[in-house]
Design a protein around this ligand. Structure first.
Ligand code: NAP
Length: 493
């Protein structure tokens, strides 16, 4: 195995197709910025539709050999990928800090979740071949086997670029599929080219993973709507995801969609207040709130409301703000880009105009948006009814469980949610009634475990990651029947 160069100054100016590093057909590049400094640190190729076509052609050509490679051999290569990740932890977490504004402790968390993605992929087992006697035809055995779906298109976002890409790529490859990957334009390295370098070093055969960087507005439709993939795995916003589903559907590819969220965090009058406020602060301010399963709304019982707001403010003001690419002790970094910042400022201003009270924060400097707590909020204020995707905590009071559930479910999304309550039966009853794919009792909603299904209901997506759920999405059952005795066709002697 050769040692790939993985620092921000390494070469990142070529796409990876059929095991080769190539210039994009356009010859053009896109600058990549460190969000804390708002300075360009490298350039990546601006891929074109021709590059996407070449990538799918390579993936299709490589697929049958890869599927026919015995599982143990494929796993040796996936194990090499895991070893490559572990051998480069410092460079990888450094790249996350530089490219994604990721504080050190969070970069380590993302790294650990990513190695967990690969470890899980090594364990995935399609159902074993099963033989069932035909219930309708004598002397026939029905064999049910599971095959890889074929080629998988993967489109990933910038907020957890390494993990959210790897949680699709590793299972796809381990199960015998080949992949064409388009990372987000804000994080083309940690979400794409870095993974290509690690796969190359791990000995992943040519064409099994292909990475085309480029703007979604230029190549997204081609990635999603290409006739080759059988599954298009998309993680990103609901608006873009719906377009991806349309494109994929037109080619009869299965859209696997992990989309936006608006997590409610319900704090009942039977909550342990201090624990709830600590969890609430983590769930709002972790990675500057740029997590699809962050707390979007704090729904707090009126009896605890004032004290809860005070504690949340204390936690918000205790964060160490700074540039994660320069200081490991930073606990709060920048948001990813100007659109994020401008949307957040608009949401905060709109909520204040609608009657919210600013308890702390509210200002932006460069791409640093202050950890912000807003009280006197209602569910229809901009910070509450939109997926704000930032370090903003609108706190909304409620008077009983009925009202809490009504408020929690009053959103188009249904990804993650939380309930804080010391009475286990009441907590479970509330969790059962929240419309979400994932509900966490006495914890905040940012959780992901490889043995539990990850995904949402309503406008938050279709399908689930991890374990048997992703295995079902990335393999297809096939029926092979064997007629052992001559069959009676009635009309023919
Ligand atoms: P986004 O704008 O939807 O972008 C996601 C990906 O789609 C990027 O690679 C983007 O490329 C690409 N894209 C853009 N236009 C496209 C098109 N027309 N066709 C195909 N692909 C296209 O989302 P984001 O801003 O990166 O991420 C934030 C959103 O993702 C939030 O809504 C968040 O909740 C959601 N998210 C969901 C989960 C989950 O597991 N449910 C996890 C993380 C994030 P460019 O970067 O080049 O535009």
């Amino acid at each position: 195995m050769s040692t790939p160069a993985l620092d921000p100054q390494a070469d990142w100016d070529r796409i990876y197709v059929d095991g080769e590093w190539r210039d994009a057909a356009s010859g053009e590049t896109i600058p990549v910025e460190n969000p804390a400094k708002q300075e360009v640190f490298t350039e990546v190729p601006a891929g074109t539709e021709a590059d996407v076509d070449a990538a799918y052609e390579a993936a299709e050509a490589a697929q049958s050999d890869w599927a026919a490679t015995p599982r143990e051999e494929r796993n040796e290569i996936v194990q090499n990928l895991l070893d490559e990740l572990n051998a480069h932890v410092e460079e990888i977490t450094g790249l996350l800090a530089t490219e994604a504004g990721t504080p050190g402790y969070r970069a380590m968390g993302e790294f650990a979740t990513t190695t967990g993605d690969v470890e899980m992929a090594l364990e995935l087992e399609p159902p074993e071949e099963e033989v069932r006697p035909s219930p309708s035809v004598e002397g026939k055995d029905n064999h049910i086997v599971h095959e890889p779906v074929g080629v998988v298109g993967v489109i990933s976002p910038w907020n957890f670029p390494l993990h959210l890409t790897m949680r699709a790529v590793a299972p796809a490859i381990a199960l015998g599929n080949t992949v064409v990957l388009k990372p987000a334009t804000d994080t083309p390295i940690t979400g794409g080219l870095l993974i290509a370098k690690l796969c190359e070093a791990a000995g992943v055969p040519d064409g099994v993973l292909n990475v085309v960087t480029g703007r979604g507005s230029d190549i997204g439709d081609r990635i999603a709507g290409h006739p080759t993939p059988r599954v298009v795995s998309f993680t990103g916003s609901t608006a873009v995801g719906k377009g991806v589903a349309e494109q994929a559907g037109a080619s009869l590819a299965l859209p696997a969609l992990e989309l936006g969220g608006n997590a409610p965090f319900i704090v009942t009058d039977e909550a342990d207040l201090e624990k709830a406020a600590r969890a609430g602060a983590f769930g709002s301010f972790f990675h500057q709130g740029q997590v699809c399963i962050s707390i979007n709304r704090h729904l707090v019982h009126e009896d605890l409301y004032d004290e809860y707001v005070d504690l949340l403010v204390e936690h918000a003001e205790s964060l160490t703000v700074g540039d994660p690419s320069e200081n490991d002790d930073v606990t709060f970094g920048p948001v990813q880009n100007e659109t994020q910042r401008d949307d957040l400022v608009d949401f905060i201003e709109g909520s204040l105009e609608a009657g919210a009270t600013l308890e702390t924060g509210g200002e932006a400097d460069g791409l640093f948006v202050e950890p912000t707590v807003l009280s006197d909020c209602t569910n229809d204020m901009p910070t509450a009814c939109n997926e704000h995707f930032g370090p903003v905590a609108p706190v909304i009071p409620f008077s009983d469980d009925e009202e809490a559930i009504e408020l929690a479910n009053d959103t188009e999304y249904g990804l993650s949610a939380s309930v804080f309550c010391e009475d286990a039966e009441r907590a479970r009853n509330l969790a059962d009634r929240v419309e979400a794919g994932m509900v966490h009792i006495n914890d905040q909603p940012i959780n992901e475990d490889h043995n539990a299904p990850f995904g949402g209901v309503k406008q938050s997506g279709l399908g689930r990651y991890h374990g048997e759920w992703i295995t079902r999405e990335l393999t297809e059952p096939k029926w092979i029947s064997v007629q052992d005795e001559e069959r009676d066709y009635f009309v023919f002697e």
